[in-house]
Design a protein. Sequence first.
Length: 347
Amino acid sequence: MNRTNKVLLIYTGGTIGMGCDPRTGALEPLDFNHLAKNVPEFEQIQPDIDTFQFVPAIDSSDITPARWGEIVKLITKRYYNYDGFVILHGTDTMAYTASALSFMFENLTKPIILTGSQLPIGQLRTDGKENLMTSIELAAAYHSDGRPMVPEVCVYFNGHLLRGNRSTKQNAEEFNAFDSFNYPHLCEAGVNFTFKEHNIMQPDYKRPMVPHTKLDSNVTVFSLFPGVEERIARHILEAPGLRGIVMRTYGSGNAPQSSWLTRLLKEASENGAVVVNVSQCISGKVEMNRYGAGYQLKDSGIVSGYDSTVEAAVTKLMYLQAQFNDPNLIRKHMNRSIAGEITIDEF
């Protein structure tokens, strides 16, 4: 592969580029140049670094599918000018963005690494510098034949490189903000980089990368709990225009054996909504054949989410709904791994 020895650094927003308003004490986005001033180590980085800043900066709580489309267009336009891309992003929805981008970049052949920080990069104890510098190095890392070490959408945080669509924010206060509970890390960044090459996906380098910019967000997340009321569930499951439902069930995919719930779910499926069963547990997988409380869901036309995160299931539905009108086709593709988001060979 032809290498450029260049990395594009994209600042969307987030804590890493914030400063403290002296009047209110609240964190507010600063100009992107603030990052460069606080990271003199930039001059020691081997690849050349170009930067792009979203103006105004995006609070990650305000990220939308339209913004994901903008990021895809931005990277696609510059795809062959850089060896890799680093996206600075707020942590609250980083796993959603990483998951969405993993589907929107079909046959990705270059690293796209999302990172951020728990403390602003200008603060003394910031985790931002290490996250930023290491992400740039990982985006520029390559094999002897020129192929990138990690041609995936990833999240890097606190020494760990994670597959983006397997990542979940696990902690709001500590530096180990992210983990991938159902998939091994792709690289451990200690004194040296230890790449887990057998865990890293490999694209078809003979084929081009195909970008997708459209998503259909007619999706909801329906979380079960003891005492869930029929009238409230009905409003959710019968919402006009609803095409996809990520249902967070108990344990290995179980739900209350209430006749009204079974009926509502079956009606939703028959009316064209794709219902995906995802466990509320942060680790483990859905096995609807394991207990009667799960088997009834399978009998109602509900699709297994396997070991998917909620973030991956939601964004995968958005992606597939933009590709297909036929709910049966969407169900079929939900049952296969598109970008390494689920493990199906053990089921």
